[in-house]
Design a protein around this ligand. Sequence first.
Ligand code: SAH
Length: 348
Amino acid sequence: MNNTELIDIKSLNYDELCKLTEELGEKKFRAGQLYQWMHQKLVTDFDQCTNLSVSFRDKLKEKCRLTALEPIRVQESKLDGTQKFLFKLCDGNLIESVLMKYKHGNSVCISSQVGCRMGCRFCASTLDGMVRNLTASEMLDQIYRIQAISGERVRNVVVMGSGEPMDNYDNLLKFIELLNDEKGLNISARNLTVSTCGLVPKIKELADCRLQITLAISLHAPNDELRKTMMPIANKYSIEEIMAVCRYYLNQTNRRISFEYSLVKDVNDTPECASQLISLVHGMNCHINLIPVNPIKERDYEQSEKNAIHEFKGRLEKSGVNVTIRREMGRDIDGACGQLRKSYIDNN
Ligand code: SAH
C-alpha cells in the first residue's frame, strides 16, 4: 500500500475515529485514548501511544498515516522573537508557518496550500503556482509542531500563510472543527482568523455555517480597475460583490470584518484611494489593517513612504474608520508570505 492510500488518521474527527477503531476490532474507548495522544499529547509516532496494545499499534501502522511535519529550518527574529518554521510534508513538499509573540498571547500563522494559484502581484507564495491543497491534519500539525517545538502555548491562529484557504474549503472546515474540539487543542473559532482574497461563493457558504471566525478580506484596492492590476481574482468578483457578501457575513455571524490593505508606493496609497476606501466601508462594522507592502525581488512594487502611510491612516481615522498599521514582524527572517520557502527552494 503506498502512503497516499493510507488513512489520514489525524484528519478524522472523534466520531470517525470511533468508527475506524471499531472496524479495526478494538473497543470504542480506545478511540478516546488515541484521539488524546494525537490531538492533545501531540505524538508523532503510534509507538508513543503507550497505553495502546502493541497489536493495535501495528494495525494502525499498517492502515494509517500519522501526519507529522518535519521541521527543516527554524529562524528566530532578533528584532521581535518571531519564529519562522519551514516544514517538510510526507511527500517532500515544503510549507512555512510563523509563531508571533504578542502581549495578549501567541499567534500562529499557518499555510493552507503548497503554493497558491491566485496570482496576486505582490505575493511570493504564488510565483510558482499551486502544487496541492493541504489536508486538515497538515494544517493542524503546523500548530501542533510549533507548540511542541517551542514549548509555547498557542492562543490565536491566523490562516494567512501561503495558499488561499477558500480554495481548499472542505479541508479548511475540517481543520476548524478539529482545532475547536475540546478533546483537542480547544482553540475556539473566536481565536481564529481566515484571510481570503475574496472567493465570494465560498464566503457565503462560510457565513451560512455561522461560526464565530474573524473573516479577513484582502482588499488592497478601493476600485475594481486598480484591484485588477494587483489581483487577478478581481476579474472574477467585483468589489461590490465582495462588500455585499461581507455584509451578509456580518448579518449571519455578528462578527466584525477585517480588511487588509497592503500599501504600495504610488499605486494604492494616494489621497484619492483613501477617500474611495472610506466611502466603501462607510457605516460598516469593520476594521482596516494597513500593511506596508513587503517588496519581493521578482516584482517592482515598492513600500509606501512612512509619511504616505501615516497620512493614509490619518485620513481614514478622521472619517471614523477603525484602522491600524500592521506591525511588521520578523522582517529580518523573510517575514512575508512564501519568502522563506521560495528562498530555500531556490538555493538548495
Ligand atoms: N490567500 C489569502 C491568505 C494568504 S496572504 C489572502 O489572499 O488573504 C495573507 C495576507 O498577506 C493577504 O492580505 C495578502 O494579500 C498579504 N500579502 C501577501 N504578500 C504580501 C507582501 N509581499 N506584502 C504585504 N502583504 C502581502
